[in-house]
Design a protein. Structure first.
Length: 217
């Protein structure tokens, strides 16, 4: 594991916010801020120049869209982790962020300590969504379908860990099972919930109250 500090770029068109995030990053012993960018053009130039390991990305930029920029970044630099910030979440935004290769979607205005920890824990190949944003999407409605016996206890555990943004390898390690077995549980969950993706399965399970965001394993 590299002992070099994580190089973090902040992309936000609100200068005060960008500077505050950059200062918070610089205060960490395992991170270093490589600067800020206020828009798409500035960000692309900074990425080429500074080669960041992680990017904190606002959704709305003065000259473009943060999700579109995230896709461009992850396509060109697969190793870079992008943590997207949003003040207002929608199902469409959530889906776009996941498809663009973002590592995490967080609420803008979250405490700096939580944001820094999320950047630290973000990983390529997984997509973590802050519980506050998921709650905003789930709403108060519930399905009339009887789902009390739909998922086994183990499937619920796997699904709850998916909701925390963990990938199959991490879930298998947590539960003490093989990755192959874990993927089998995920496949069963998708079939039972008639979901086309892991993210969709999480959303369906939350609406039907099959899992809780504060689920402890």
């Amino acid at each position: 594991m590299s002992s070099e500090p994580m190089r973090v770029l902040v992309v936000d068109d609100h200068r005060t916010v960008a500077d505050a995030l950059s200062l918070a990053v610089s205060a960490q012993s395992d991170m270093v801020s490589v600067g800020t960018a206020g828009g798409v053009a500035d960000a692309l130039a900074a990425i080429d120049r500074e080669r960041p390991d992680a990017i904190v990305m606002d959704v709305h930029l003065h000259d473009g869209d943060g999700i579109d920029l995230t896709r461009r970044v992850t396509d060109a630099h697969p190793h870079v982790r992008v943590v997207v910030l949003t003040a207002h979440v929608t199902h469409a935004l959530l889906g776009r962020a996941a498809e663009a290769g973002a590592s995490a979607l967080l609420p803008k205005g979250d405490p700096l300590a939580e944001l820094i920890q999320s950047v630290r824990e973000a990983s390529r190949g997984s997509f973590a969504v802050h519980p506050v944003l998921l709650r905003a999407l789930v709403g108060s409605g519930s399905s009339s379908r009887d789902t009390s016996q739909l998922l086994t206890s183990r499937e619920q555990q796997v699904l709850a860990l998916l909701a925390q943004g963990k990938d199959p390898t991490a879930i298998a390690r947590t539960l003490g099972i093989s990755v192959l077995t874990c993927r089998g549980y995920i496949k069963n969950v998708l079939v039972k919930l008639d979901a086309h993706s892991q993210l969709e399965a999480v959303m369906i399970a939350l609406r039907r109250r099959l899992i809780r965001l504060d689920h402890e394993l």
